[in-house]
Design a protein around this ligand. Structure first.
Ligand SMILES: Cc1ncc(COP(=O)(O)O)c(C=O)c1O
Length: 415
């Protein structure tokens, strides 16, 4: 068979792609692994594994500090990784890319530093009803500390933001809006460009939680006009423990340091410290060097496939899974927005999500069960938890069919 024959109409060469992910050929409980827990973390291609391996075999040294050759080499590689992220997000300057430990830390950084300088008693911060706890708690804590008020944009039954309500919440007291690009639980793709434009009309900055969007779609921070954009390496097929805060240079320059220590300074004396320029001002201590290198390899990998191809292929998986799930009696899909990414949450009448997940696991099928760190959203739908299948471009319709068979079997056992 020629290579071209394995490429489907969305441009995805599934055989070639699956061969790039060694873990996909392992068995779980004696069955071939079917990995649908991509919303929690994604698997890593060989190019990422090799980049990390190469780092420890050939490049290990600390960055930004040494005159010796290896330190200089790895400093260049690390800064090249930053440039890769910059290009990937279409940020204007490399200085707008801050390496963090992940989305959670990126949001904490902004809540802490922005909050310290710009939020006071009586001010308001807007989040939405579908946020991950990581995009609620930092703001909630800030509001408690400052005596500010957390406002929440409600959603409709389909799991879409009610934009009319959002517009009503924006006012002169609003200091920042924090919204997820794609809901990790519902799969809803939020109209962040419109959300940002509406906030900007009143000079309010917007932070976008991109943890679930970067693995599924191309993101252009200039086109969105986002003030802050956050994501995690591990959900983008890169290493754990590394993430990104994109911030417009004008904002980052305004913000006080978050964590302080080595690497964040120009000069230190016991009387006074002068902090470094951005982004180093926000990168205290030795960073996750192999994380940055691995993240750049992951970005190169998805770009070689093409995010447009990935998005088209994943939409086919989503449609197929939705159609199959809808045929099963008692299954209710939670999150039916018109614009969805390849994430499906569902409940089965009378059966606990955890029990379904446990039986599926016996069949080698990894799904996520529970509240997905979105307890307020669970309360909105009056459910304790859901089963979530989140598909990546290395998943197949055949895997979805196996999952559907497994689910039917589990339901028959449990009802
Ligand atoms: C929408 C969303 N935001 C934030 C996070 C937190 O990401 P991390 O744990 O990598 O910091 C997640 C993780 O599932 C998420 O799905």
């Amino acid at each position: 068979m020629t290579e071209a024959k394995t490429i489907d109409k969305t441009g995805i060469d599934i055989q070639k792609i699956r061969a790039d992910f060694p873990i996909l050929s392992r068995k779980v409980n004696g069955k071939p692994l079917i990995y649908f827990d991509n919303g929690a973390t994604a698997q890593k291609p060989l190019s990422v594994i090799n980049a990390i391996d190469h780092y420890y075999r050939e490049q290990n040294a600390n960055i930004h500090r040494g005159v010796h050759t290896m330190s200089q080499e790895i400093t260049v590689a690390y800064e090249n990784a930053r440039a890769t992220v910059q290009k990937h997000l279409n940020a204007k300057h490399a200085a707008e890319i801050v390496f963090t430990s992940g989305t959670t830390e990126s949001i904490n950084l902004v809540a802490h530093s922005f909050g310290k300088k710009f939020v006071s008693a009586g001010d308001e911060v807007i989040v939405t009803a579908m946020e991950h706890h990581s995009n609620i708690l930092p703001w909630q804590q800030l509001c408690e500390e400052k005596g500010a008020i957390l406002k929440v944009v409600p959603i409709n039954d389909a799991g879409e933001l009610i934009m009319e309500e959002y517009k009503k919440l924006l006012n002169a007291k609003t200091k920042i809006v924090a919204v997820t690009h794609i809901s990790n639980t519902l799969g809803t793709v939020n109209p962040v460009k419109e959300i940002i434009a509406l906030a900007h009309a009143q000079n309010i900055p917007v932070l976008v939680d991109g943890a679930q969007s970067v693995p599924h779609m191309a993101v252009d921070v200039q086109e969105l006009d986002a003030d802050f954009y956050c994501f995690s390496g591990h959900k983008l097929f890169g290493p754990t423990g590394v993430g990104i805060l994109y911030g417009k240079e004008k904002w980052l320059n305004e913000l006080p340091p978050y964590k302080v220590g080595g690497g964040t300074i120009k000069t230190v004396s016991f009387e006074k410290t002068e902090y470094a320029d951005v982004p180093l001002r926000f990168e205290a201590g030795t960073p996750h060097i192999e994380g940055g290198i691995g993240l750049a390899a992951a970005i190169d990998y998805v770009n070689a496939i093409g995010l447009d191809h990935i998005a088209a292929y994943e939409q086919e998986l989503l449609t197929h899974a939705t159609e199959q799930l809808q045929k099963i009696a008692g299954v209710k899909i939670i999150g039916t927005a018109k614009n969805k990414a390849s994430v499906i949450s569902f409940v089965v009448e009378g059966i606990h999500a955890f029990d379904l997940g446990t039986i599926l696991d016996q069949l080698g099928i990894a799904v996520r069960t529970g509240h997905h760190c979105t307890q307020p959203l669970m309360a909105h739908y009056c459910v304790q938890g859901t089963v979530r299948a989140a598909f990546a471009f290395y998943n197949t319709k055949e895997e979805i069919d196996e999952f559907i068979k497994g689910l039917e079997r589990a339901i028959n056992m449990l009802k």
